[in-house]
Design a protein around this ligand. Sequence first.
Ligand SMILES: *Cc1c(COP(=O)(O)O)cnc(C)c1O
Length: 380
Amino acid sequence: MTGKWAGANQVLISREALRHNLRQLRRQAGRAGIMAMVKADAYGHGMLETARVLAAEGVEAFGVAEVGEGIALRRAGIRQEIIVLLGLWPETAAAFPAHGLTPVLLDGAMVGPLAAAAAAAGIVQPLQIKVDVGMGRCGLAPAQVPLLLERIAAEPSLRCCGLMAHFPASEDPDAASTEAVRGELSALLQGLGLAEAVGYRHHLANSGAIWHVVGSSLDLVRPGISLYGYHPDGARGSARLRERGVELRPAMRCTSRVIQVKQVPAGTGLGYGHSHVTRRPTTLAVLPIGYDNGFSRTFSNRGQVLLQGRRAPVLGRVSMNITLVDISDIAGVTAGDEAVILGSQGDDCLGADELAVWMNSINYEVLCLLGNRNARRYQG
Ligand SMILES: *Cc1c(COP(=O)(O)O)cnc(C)c1O
């Protein structure tokens, strides 16, 4: 998938930035293998092309949410282990042996259907188990794991190949949950005699934990956001990494193109609801981008874009496919000029961390919105 139809709005993905970020993560993760998280169409960067780039760099595994994503990766020729976090249902069980995908069991409900599907396919199906040690989301309590392992061991067509858990706040150095999660999973693995067992690949660390939680790397690590060049804690987190000499490179750039330049007098109501009325004679650039293109409606009267390397503030409401920006203080803008939505132009740069603040959200959402709602191209 390339996201959307080609048009004035373009997302450009730097393959070299993806490779660079992977190298930084590898250095930090030590002996652990990399499970690249490419769900959400690789956080807007395009799952298939991102996976091709990272596979060529030798990542050990890929993580996706749904079984259809795993099938698409196999059809694109990806040979690494593919772990499907949420896609195991009675009607998808057969797809796991058929496509060589590894499901994650959240409890015992799917043992029967998966065992039957694997037996019918004549294979021993690997699977993983999600333990809830403090995330308070999916997975089963540590005390329930031994019984589930027994049930799995009793099925000749199934083989457990790893336990996983997830951190609720690993990017926050003060989060009390972090050490509890790490300690509980570690105690569980020790207690079961599985901590160092051969044939198992346990994993726990997301990007925040890779950077900040000593001892969380286990056999695999699961970076998402930092592969794409960002820290889970936004600009503050990236600054902390820079102090340690780690520079991540945002892989996504997003641009639009001025479709019209016009002057309006003071007192002109702009766009739907006239939520901005000009206070002075104003020069406007019309951009053919809006919330349909992932340029959030929350940017109304709030966001900025770069034109001629300068900041042009959004005036009025962002509509579905049109946004007005104020270029009264920027000389020389003409129709056809490139407007930078995300990325640098001249000496200035708009990063997903800043757009996330305007949206009252996180860099993850900015990347998903812009990346998945515009045509993508790749370079490098
Ligand atoms: C998405 C996801 C990750 C990646 O998290 P980042 O914060 O993007 O590094 C890791 N583990 C699980 C279970 C996930 O769903």
